[in-house]
Design a protein around this ligand. Structure first.
Ligand SMILES: [Zn+2]
Length: 139
């Protein structure tokens, strides 16, 4: 009986640590979002395009243009974002939304599982979209 309670307590502590770790990730995501939206990061747009994938294979990688696209989307320049890489817009939306999803799960623990599942599904949809866009761009 005591051993069973011990195991439950360990699981709770372990789950609590995992949850705190995820909240740290959320804080990092929020910090990255703030950094990405700051005017200082717009300076990245002035860095010349370097892509080893494109250099060696002659075709753009799936992430080519993503930095410019993300910065443009976070500054509300949707057309420039779309032209640089259409997946920058959902990436920006995801970066903006993720901290709020995690905060909602933090405030309403009963939502935690649904939020985690939703974030996982969003990541899968993003990567599938990235692959689809890449195939369209290179064909
Ligand atoms: Zn590239």
């Amino acid at each position: 009986m005591t051993k069973g309670l011990d195991n439950i307590c360990r699981m709770d502590v372990s789950a609590s640590r995992a949850w705190r770790s995820r909240m740290d990730v959320a804080a990092c995501e929020l910090a990255l979002l703030i950094l990405a939206a700051s005017p200082l990061l717009a300076l990245l747009d002035r860095i010349p395009h370097v892509c080893l994938f494109q250099y060696f294979l002659g075709i753009p990688c799936p992430g080519c243009g993503m930095t410019h696209s993300l910065i443009a989307a976070l500054h509300g320049d949707w057309l420039a974002s779309w032209r640089a890489n259409p997946m920058g817009i959902p990436l920006a939306a995801g970066l903006i939304g993720r901290p709020f999803f995690r905060l909602a799960a933090r405030l309403r623990p009963q939502l935690r599982r649904a939020v985690e599942r939703s974030l996982s599904q969003q990541a899968v949809v993003f990567y599938v979209g990235l692959a689809v866009v890449w195939v369209i761009r290179v064909t």
